[in-house]
Design a protein around this ligand. Structure first.
Ligand SMILES: [Zn+2]
Length: 245
């Protein structure tokens, strides 16, 4: 089985997804990351880790380091402009994502929820493009030269409650709407932390949600996903993203 993570920026995969990817890989699945932009208009750190002109190259390097720590089998950079993803041509975006979906044939795809998790326009955009490409990939009338049709079995979204908030508020995730998958990734804690640390230019936000928090270990030990669609779950939350496939 293959699981495809489709995100907007370098570091999105380390905020949410790294633990699930490592757990799936340990169980024998192929894991692939698609990142749409280089986050080249993001922060550079305080003090700055690099010159502004070097940020795209530095962030690509950070992403490649994080992806190596996580152990993705493939990493694909789509090269769209940071903070302009919503304006990307839908036809070109659909074609590239349909090509990846038909070649990789993932059972599960993970992306941002339609509100982009934190309402970031690029997060909203990649959610929209990814959802549309999944539907198109299953229909042979779309891009017939881009491979044989493929039906994704399950689409997962980022959750309505972030792990750092769930831990801080001591929420009962079993009772939280949208916490459809609660994945124990504690076995991969050290590597999860290393992947977050790889994004050195993003240390301000990484510190804010992870390393400045006394509950760091509990935060990095869990990942939460919402099922957009897929086979009905016998119990919520499920503990396995391939549950029922
Ligand atoms: Zn992002």
């Amino acid at each position: 089985m293959t699981i495809l993570f489709c995100f907007a920026h370098p570091d999105d995969e380390s905020f949410s997804g790294a633990g699930t990817a490592m757990r799936c890989a340990a169980a024998g699945a192929k894991t692939v990351l698609v990142t749409a932009t280089l986050g080249e208009r993001g922060k550079r750190g305080d003090p700055p880790v690099c010159e502004e002109a070097d940020l795209p190259a530095v962030r690509e390097h950070e992403l490649r380091n994080a992806a190596a720590v996580i152990g993705f089998d493939e990493l694909h950079l789509l090269g769209y402009r940071d903070r302009e993803l919503a304006d990307a041509p839908p036809e070109a975006m659909r074609r590239v994502l349909v090509s990846h979906l038909r070649r990789l044939r993932p059972a599960v795809v993970v992306t941002f929820d339609p509100n982009g998790f934190n309402a970031h326009p690029d997060h909203v955009a990649i959610s929209r493009f990814c959802s549309e490409a999944i539907a198109a990939a299953a229909d042979p009338r779309w891009h017939p030269d881009a491979g044989a049709p493929h039906q994704v079995r399950r689409l997962l979204w980022t959750p309505p409650v972030a792990p750092w908030d769930a831990v801080a508020l001591d929420l009962d995730l079993a009772a939280q709407p949208g916490a459809d998958f609660v994945i124990d990734v504690s076995a991969f804690r050290k590597r999860r932390i290393a992947a977050l640390r790889a994004h050195r230019t993003q240390h301000l936000s990484v510190d804010r949600y992870f390393f400045d928090r006394p509950e760091l270990d509990r935060i990095v030990d869990v990942e939460i996903w919402r099922q957009a669609w897929g086979p009905a779950l016998a119990t919520r939350p499920s503990r396995d993203v391939f549950d029922g496939l």
